[in-house]
Every structure is written in C-alpha cells, then in structure tokens.
Design a protein around this ligand. Structure first.
Ligand code: GDP
Length: 441
C-alpha cells in the first residue's frame, strides 16, 4: 500500500489564460518565421555564404567572429572563418547544448530565419532530407567559376534539387556564388540563369518561384549589402537577404488543428523536469492546453513554453518551441511522435498513398518509412503510376517497376499503425539507403 501511495503523484494543474491565440499572434506582430535548407555541390560555397549571412546579421557576436578570423588566417584560409561559424553550431549540437536541428538562426527587421541543416556535412543527404522536411524554401548555391558550374549541375545539385522538389518545396533562391572569380561577368551570370532555370523547371519548379542573385559569399557582395565592385554595377536586382525575406511559409496552417512533431525530449531539468522541442507544423497552442501524443494516445499538460528561445504563453504554426510538460510519463514521448489537439487528433493509419521521387528501383519491397524523426517499417504494396515531373499527370499506370529519377504514386503499408496524414513529407529507405522521398496524398 505504501509503495503505491508513494508512486502516485498529484496531477499538475495550470490555469489556462484562454487566450485567442491567433488574435495574440496578430497583435504581437511576431516576426514571420522562415525555415530554409541550403543545397548545392560540395565546394560551391554553401558554408561560407551562410556563415557570411550569420555574421553580417549579427547572429554571431563580433568577438567570436574575430577569433575565427584570426584562427582562419593563421592557417592561411581567410574565408574559412565563415564556414567555422557553422561548424560551431554543429559542435554545439553534438554536445546537446542547442535544440533540434534548428541551431542556425538569424533575423532581419521582419523575418526570423532558421537554416534547417548544417551544410558541409560529409553525410549530406540524410541531413538534407531532415532539413527539407521542415523547409519553407531552398537556397541553391551555384559556383559561377568556369567549368565548376557545369560539373556541379550534373552532380549533387541535380540530386538535391529533385529531392527538395519531391518533398514539396516550391521556391528556390539561386545564389550564383563566387562571381568574383569570373570578374562579375554578366554573360556568365545570364548563361547560368538560363541553364539552371531550364533545369529546375524540368524538375517541376515553376519559373515564377525561382530567383537568381549574383553574389560572392567570400567578399560579402550582394548578400546583405550591394557589391561595390564596378564590374558588378550591371546588377540592380534584390540582394540575397531581400529575396529570402519575400518567402512565405510552406503552409499557412494557423487555423488548422494542432500538429507538432517532437524533435527532442529533454529530461531532468530542475524547474522543468520534462520538455519537448519541435516546430509547430499546423495550428496553435497555449500554456494550460492539454495535448494528445500519438501514436501512444496519452495526454499531457502544457505547463510552460519557450518560443524561439524566449518564455511565452502561446505559439503558432511555423514557430520553433520548447514545451514544458506535466501529467505524462516520459516513456510515452519519443522523438518523431506527434503532438496534436485532443479535439481533432491525427489518426493512426496502416497504409497510405504517396507521390515520391525514386532514387533507386522501386517495386513491391520491404522499406522503412521516415517522417521527420518518426520511423516505422513496412512495404511498398502497390505501384499506382509513374507521373510527369512537371505536371504530375500519369504517364504509365501499374508499372512493374519504377526506375531511379522517376516520380511515381505508390501505396505503402506499414507494420504498426502510425500517425501519418497529408501533406506530410516522407522518406523511404531500404537497407540503410534512401530509395524514395515524397509527399503523402
Ligand atoms: P561548401 O562545401 O559548399 O560548404 O563550400 P565552402 O563554403 O566550404 O567553400 C569552398 C571553397 O570555396 C572555400 O575554399 C572557400 O573559401 C571558397 N569560396 C566560397 N565562397 C567564395 C566566393 O564567393 N569567392 C571565392 N573566390 N571563393 C569562395
């Protein structure tokens, strides 16, 4: 009897302020939150460019930047200083200091940006898939250097572009980088714009969702300030940062039921013994709300929260949050689980239809399904049709096999019921390799 009495805890009660969260959000004129993924060939200058953005927008303090600069100069590689800004982030991540994959943040007057992957990793594709599954848009970095651009377009650039498109990313900002190495040649820029846009439209992007900016991450030209190089005077269009600011969130889902995928679960805090982090995919929440955790179906109470790193009462779709929870046993909380509204919960399903880009041959076969950090085993049970990349119209119904590079509609059955619904981004893997990625229908 005693033992039992000891283990039963009084449920925590938190009074809800019953806020009209959407009205609060409007009132607060919260900065727009935009997540993006950086893609492009190795050595195109992704790290340098992103480090430059973070440094120019004071996301990193001057003293730390100076330290990197001195260290980089010591080994004779000035621009590495910027790349190190990002490496710093991934080290912090490894030590568990920062949360989720959302570590690299910077902001302008009207937008708070999160770079949802750390470029330059050796194991880039899995990272990029994780990033792309949270991205509102992609930044494609192209090396303008003669010869480099042509080889880049054949290699990773193509793979990355198809991947983000198949994950539902619609907008691409193309940074035509290293313009200093081609003396800011307008001809070169025009040629690249023409080739890359025809390549991206074939991959299914609409021309109106593409923009091209000639820049130099190394020199900081046309990133947050206009190039002063006289050879660059022909370009009068947007700076990179201005173009990033025009982005819209992947889905305007503020008024839909709450959905949030758990990124990480934190235990053992003094004030907050149990917390979860993640980005709210849809809907809104506030302190005092009860939540349903799927697939376990257990409920929990939001006892406090941090929104983009600051304590708050509420949060909406698009924002990165930490939720401090009570009245739930941590064994019911796993990274990849979905937190939803008990009023309109997400359903556990046993099978689903998805439109995917194939990276490998697809046929009826065993696979693992990844949705963010959720993964379940299952199998491809039916190949419905192969589809045209641009229009999505069926080309061949009931194919026997789908070849790599093809877009197809398939049916997947999973071994245990899991919370999956449209328009989630899913990745299919087999034997440790990504075989397909796409959107649930
Ligand atoms: P990543 O592999 O795409 O992340 O590329 P990095 O940022 O590591 O850059 C690759 C190399 O290109 C490094 O030696 C950089 O110093 C150099 N680099 C990057 N941006 C520029 C640029 O705008 N101009 C020039 N000349 N070199 C650059």
């Amino acid at each position: 009897g005693n033992l039992k009495a000891l283990s039963v805890e009084e449920p925590v009660r938190v009074k809800s302020k019953n806020l009209d969260v959407l009205a609060e959000y409007e009132k607060s004129r919260q900065k727009k939150a935009a997540n993006f993924v950086v893609i492009g060939h190795v050595d195109a200058g992704k790290s340098t460019l992103m480090g430059r953005l973070l440094a120019d927008l004071n996301a990193i303090d001057k003293r730390t930047m100076e330290k990197y600069r001195r260290e980089a100069e010591k080994i004779g590689k000035g621009s590495f200083a910027f790349a190190w800004v990002l490496d710093q982030g991934s080290e912090e991540r490894a030590r568990g200091v920062t949360i989720d994959i959302a570590t690299n943040q910077f902001e302008t007057d009207n937008t708070r940006f999160t770079i949802v992957d750390a470029p330059g990793h050796r194991d880039f594709i899995p990272n990029m898939i994780a990033g792309a599954s949270q991205a509102d848009f992609a930044v494609l970095v192209i090396d303008a250097g003669t010869g480099n651009f042509e080889s880049g377009l054949k290699g990773q650039t193509k793979e990355h572009a198809l991947l983000v498109r198949s994950m539902g990313v619609q907008k691409v900002v193309v940074a035509v980088n290293k313009m200093d190495t081609v003396s800011w040649s307008k001809d070169r820029f025009d040629e690249i714009e023409q080739q890359v846009s025809s390549f991206l439209t074939t991959a299914g992007f609409q021309a109106k969702n593409l923009s091209f900016i000639p820049c130099s991450g190394y020199h900081g030209d046309n990133i947050t300030r206009r190039s002063e190089n006289p050879n660059a005077a022909w370009y009068t269009g947007s700076l990179l940062i201005e173009e990033l600011e025009t982005s819209e969130p992947f889905s305007h889902a503020l008024d839909r039921p709450l959905r949030m995928t758990i990124g990480d679960v934190f235990r053992g805090g003094v004030q907050n013994p149990l917390s979860i982090s993640g980005r709210i995919d849809a809907g809104s929440l506030q302190v005092g709300d009860s939540l349903l955790v799927m697939p376990s179906g257990e409920s929990a109470l939001i006892k406090g929260l941090e929104r983009d790193g600051e304590p708050g009462d509420w949060a909406v779709a698009g924002q990165n949050v930490i939720l401090h929870l009570a009245n739930i046993d941590p064994i019911h909380l796993r990274s990849g689980d979905i937190v939803c509204s008990p009023v309109s919960p997400i359903q556990n399903v046993q099978s689903f239809t998805t439109k995917v880009l194939a990276f490998d041959h697809l046929m009826p076969m065993q696979i693992d399904v990844h949705r963010g950090r959720l993964h379940v085993s299952g199998r491809i049970s039916r190949l419905v049709a192969t589809l045209d990349k641009g229009s999505g119209v069926a080309i061949k119904k009931k194919p026997k096999i789908v070849s790599p590079g093809t877009i197809a509609r398939i049916v997947v059955e999973i071994d245990q019921p899991a919370p999956l619904e449209a328009p989630s981004r899913v990745v299919l893997r087999a034997a440790g390799e990504t075989v397909a990625a796409g959107l649930l229908e």
